[in-house]
Design a protein around this ligand. Sequence first.
Ligand code: PLP
Length: 457
Amino acid sequence: MTSTDIPAGAPGGRLPQRRRIVTEIPGPRSRELHARRTAAVPPGVGSVLPVYVTDADGGVVVDADGNSLIDFGSGIAVTSVGNANPRVAERVKAQADRFTHTCFMVAPYESYVAVCEALNRLTPGDHEKRSILVNSGAEAVENAVKIARYATGRPAVVVFDHGYHGRTLLTMTLTAKNMPYKQGFGPYAPEVYRMPLAYPFRWPTGPDNCGPEAAAQAIDQITKQIGAANVAAVVVEPIAGEGGFIEPAPGFLPAIAAFCKDNGILFVADEVQTGFARTGDLFACEHEGIVPDLVTTAKGIAGGLPLAAVTGRAEIMDAVHGGGLGGTYGGNPLACEAALAVLEEIEERDLTGAARRIGEAMLPRLRELAAKHPAIGDVRGRGAMIAIELVQADGTTPDPVLTAAVARRCHEAGLLVLTAGTYGNVLRFLPPLVIPDHLLAEGLDILTEAFAKEAAA
Ligand SMILES: *Cc1c(COP(=O)(O)O)cnc(C)c1O
């Protein structure tokens, strides 16, 4: 056993679950690799923290210089079951020894079907469902729009402020933020319309009536600007991810979903970041009892193997003509085995409960920190999807400079944190759901220290 309380064979049971910093961050070996990378990879592909990873397990990421960092990122909400989770690794290895690819469109295999059966069973709503498997979140969202347009015969797609849906032409168009996602990459896809999101911290009349007011405004704009009968789908993240972990104010999503239902518009929940236990529910839609017509999933689905899915009402999914959907690698057998392992881990380790406990541990400490530092304007999130929004002395103007400075301090101390937000002023925390309590607490200590150094009390 390498750690005091984690058995071998469990997530976190292979590498010591300790922060250990032996060089500056990034260290000399990482800097050397970074020089090689700079000559081989264009700067358009960035890295939050250029430490070059050699190993990872449980709550730690080990770099080429032998530093062990605390992981508050999970590779952007992907390795929720822990990196190289033993059950995932075993099933992938066994599959790699059997066959690695046939293309499901050429000659199918059982694991693809088993993943779809599980998605059909586990996503919100007890209606009959179907699923397709693809490679990335963006590809899932693109397919959801294709299916919605086909099934409704309508062209328009409605999205929201602060939304993020990917980097392909269509999903970049659906995405709200220009820099860095859209700048210079236009012209964008037609028939995409953006509506206000119920952002409690920044709603002009305050948070109390934000949900109903934002919904009324969005519905009015859809009706007046597009015409409800022209709308195929509303695509929305139940908690805006890249946009800064914005939980739409209560009542907003149910009102939009009801409007969709009344007008034959498909409600598409983009659960790519929020799905698979991350928010303390298996899917974030469950929080307000939303039953989407279509759900897109990716990130946490397969423990790091590239896999994504669209799951939806059988009659909608079945509408598309034979051969109209697919792709060479969609539902790759290694990724399907990984997904089946992830679903077992979520259930057996009660990772929805683990996510809730992570939120319960983090929120009070972050609120305490916010009480000390006026720069923390908002503390929010659910489960293990938690964020703080940083503002200037007036209490509202975004402070991306301080956000970057605090993130840098955390990185230097060996805590991997991510930033987010339309204004770049959000620190977001996405620890693996299997992170040991002591690493979670130590990560928060590092954050506290970073604020003590960078922010006014
Ligand atoms: C990350 C993300 C996507 C895009 O997923 P990729 O796998 O990067 O293409 C889409 N929607 C949401 C909500 C995301 O967080």
